[in-house]
Design a protein around this ligand. Structure first.
Ligand SMILES: [Zn+2]
Ligand SMILES: [Zn+2]
Length: 95
């Protein structure tokens, strides 16, 4: 299965999810979390931060997200978490 980077219409396609996440974290600008101001890599890791560090209500308030947008992101997180090797990603990002 191919994975496509969805940040700002980037559209880069990767063969595995780990490469996609590493691409998002290294080739795109980091962004500030709207809830706590922490600078996090864009893409999956930004979503992961928002949904693991903050409650859904905080996310909705800070980002003005609809419940549908929240659900989409939660589904994406679950999907990626089920296939991604976070250790591979962490190791890649440390290089
Ligand atoms: Zn990209
Ligand atoms: Zn945050």
């Amino acid at each position: 299965m191919a994975w496509e980077c969805g940040i700002d219409g980037c559209g880069s396609v990767f063969e595995d999810v780990e490469s996609t996440v590493v691409h998002q974290a290294t080739d795109h600008k980091r962004r500030e979390c709207e809830v706590c101001g922490t600078v996090v890599p864009d893409g999956y890791l930004a979503i992961r931060h928002a949904f693991t560090e903050h409650s859904r209500a905080e996310y909705v308030r800070a980002y003005g997200a609809s419940s549908e947008a929240v659900r989409e992101r939660e589904e994406l997180l679950e999907e990626i978490e089920s296939v991604a090797d976070m250790q591979t990603i962490a190791a890649e990002l440390k290089r």
